[in-house]
Design a protein around this ligand. Sequence first.
Ligand code: IPT
Length: 967
Amino acid sequence: MAIRRPLLALVLACLLTTGLLAGPVHAESGAGRHTVGYDRYSLTIDGKRIFLWSGEFHYWRLPGPALWRDVLEKMKAAGFNAVSIYFDWGYHSPRQGVYDFTGVRDVDRLLDIADQVGLYVIARPGPYINAETDSGGFPGWLTTLKGKARSTDPAYLAAANEWLGRIDRILARHQVTDGRGPVLLYQVENELYNVKQSEEESRAYLSALEKKIRSDGITVPFTGANDARFTSGTGAADLEGYTVYPQSFNCAEPGKWKPVPDDYGQYRAGLPDTPVNFAEFQGGAFDQWGGAGHENCRTLTGPDFERVFEEANIAAGATMQNFYMTYGGTNWGWLATDFDYTSYDYGAAIDEARRLTPKYTEQKFLGYLVQSVAPLRTTDPLTTAPPDNAAVRMDARVDPNTGTRFYVVRHADSTSTADDRTHLALDLGAVGRYPSVPSAPGTDLTLAGRDSKLLVAAYRFGGQELVYSTSELMTQGTFAQPSGTGEQDIAVLYGRHGQDGETVLRYASQPKVTVLSGSVRASWDAGRHDLRLDYEHDGLARVLVHGGTRDLLLLIGDDQAAGSFWRVDTSTGPILARGPYLVRGGSVSGHSGEVALTGDTDQAGPLEIFAPQGARSVRWNGRPVRVTPTSSGSLSGELAGPRPVSLPALTNWRYRYETPEAQPGFDDSAWRAADHTTTDNPYWDGKAPVLYPDDYGFHHGDTWYRGHFTATGGQTGITLSATVTDHGAYAVWLNGHYLGSGGDGSKHFDFPASALRPGADNVVSVLAENMGHDQDRAADDSYREPRGLTGAELTGSAATLKWRIQGDQGGEKPADPVRGPYNNGGLYGERAGWYLPGRQDAGWPTVSLPHAEPTPGVGWYRTTFRLNVPKGQDVPVGLRIDDDAARHYRALVFVNGWQVGRYINDVGPQHVFQVPAGILRTDGENTIAIAAWGLDGSGGLGDVSLVREGDYAGPVSDSSRRKESPR
Ligand code: IPT
């Protein structure tokens, strides 16, 4: 047929487009080595084109290596072929020269898992990453280093090179180019544009990093996420990329859409010689303290958003897309930057509890499409006649090699919520012209509000020639025939429930059509040799077409029916499975004809599989499934669901008030003297002594100060200045008398005359909680903006205070290296180990929740509970705090010693904190320790309960039982 161009043209086109000459990577091929190249169309690996479909995942936001595999398998199952990973410098480095890559920081293991799961890795080690994390990923110790960050300043570069040297050593062991792993691309720096330094300086800095990284043995191409600003010249990466967040981050108005930018050509114009690359494309949105909550973010960036915007990216020619985030995770400990709270769920496709959301299904539709339709990797724009309804816009692309066309249809106003109907004029070149599609009389192409369709035409797959379909193509492949003796092609098509669909295929002579299920009408156009099928999308229709070089089974679903399909590619061929909550992977033994699948069920239900020829039996998670052959050529059986699991109520709380630091007799002689008279901090206001905790090696969490003075009797009060940032707080005592609390800025506190001790040592005690460091988005060292107290002046006398400061145990040498530098601050109970499992609360009085604590200060609530989740089940667990928002207290939540939550009762929005398996013992005793800090008389703690976030029968809990993660 005419769809295929003459062989010579094909060869020429391939030579022009394989990109072998354009690629920067010169690792020799052979012996496991691979060549990574690219041209303007796409990336290539050993000359083979790939559509890079990637999701962003941060291992440091999921402190349980067993769960890394779970999330990566879930991504792979949705058709992602890559994962983009920020590596967080500060997470690995508590102090200069010291790096930890063990336990939850075992990056070698992460890369091994990605490799085993079958995902390429886009490595993004910064040094600066932004990511709504403390200091944008810079370690605490960098705050005191002389030298401007993100520049060529020698002190900074030396520090950055130290990190790069360490992380590159690991990344270099896992490079595609050496045939030893999944690392395919390496991003240098992050978002280094619109910054407060010259472009020249930024370029020189990027160039210095690149030299260092290459000298570390990194041979994969460099990518940039600088919104396509540095495509050539000094410091340019091999492949620049766009970072696009079309809906930005206002989750409070989740129904309010900003439109798709109409100019698709801009993306090619900005990257004329390299693939159109969305290094970050919005996959959700972060939320803030007091914000609308991540469910609203998930609505703002829901399946409708994904479909409309991701298809628009394809219409713009993108062959590299990375969705930030695909799994957001948790800002456990003090990982969040100052405005962000503990959950980094991000409203992503996979939620923080690792559950698949409707966004995931939408990602799967498009992920399967881009993996299975090769012509999408080499397309040029194609001019078309507009649709017959001006409210509808159509953009088209064509693959010059095969003539395959892609039509992306959306509302001209992409924010429109109207249902519009239209017909399209399709010029399919040699395949013919179709002036009004759909052609069946009385049918329309319907575009529901905020919807988009990506239609494939003039496409050959297997033994078939698809002329066009107004259904979207999910996937296609070759599988066993019903008779079991031969092969058939299968294509899965889908559309919105109740909408018309029309699929046209071309045959040499009229084929035999058997409608196995559903209502589908067939008609034959003898002039064109076209078989036209028309139907309404409703459940799952099955149509067998006999007459081509191979039989074709069309599976035509509405979104829900099609969404229940899973595709697994094995060395024997693809498997299509329908029914279960998740299919993670599979294999086919050609020998025994056994199909072995792994996956999860959330309830008992059907399993249907289409497998390569010769498949006779099925195993699910190792257990045999009784299957019977169907008329579709599939095997059908039943799977069991999970056993019900209930979680215990939390009782037997024990309580102890601490805050001894507020008392005058407390011995602070071992605390560090806060006596620096100067600092390298560029934001220093000149006041001495310098009180910034960072300058004394305390970078994260709460800080205590004790300021001593000998009272003359004239002292009437104190004025404190602080930078604790929004929703941060501090509390002040004089000789154990509570003076009150404050926030950002200056505040005066009167001394009650009775509290002052003339002629004696007086002590002002301050507990300060800052919300974390700023990032350094503008490259102006704002991550170094001081935190904590910034000044203190007594009133009524010229006496000065002598200060001592206390923070997390060990400071830059964390006393708890397993949980690491972000787990703890300087609360008395943290330093005394009250956050850890163990018997230290044996003598504490018991209390019941909710509990009131009228004395301002910090008290600890502890209890234990046992879990006995059945083996082979995954039950994500959250810990919930409920209380009257009128009470003013904040709390740190520890489970088995890991700080899994920062709660502010009167701010929110977070009330449920995820406790990842691995930290949570699903088969034994767990310890909860909550440090609650009341700022006025309304402290204490509300109700605390466990929340079962789901119940799945599947392999994940088995792997966590292998004690993969440290406790
Ligand atoms: C982009 C950053 O690169 C990324 O680290 C993260 O902070 C993200 O924003 C927001 O979650 S920058 C983009 C907003 C231009």
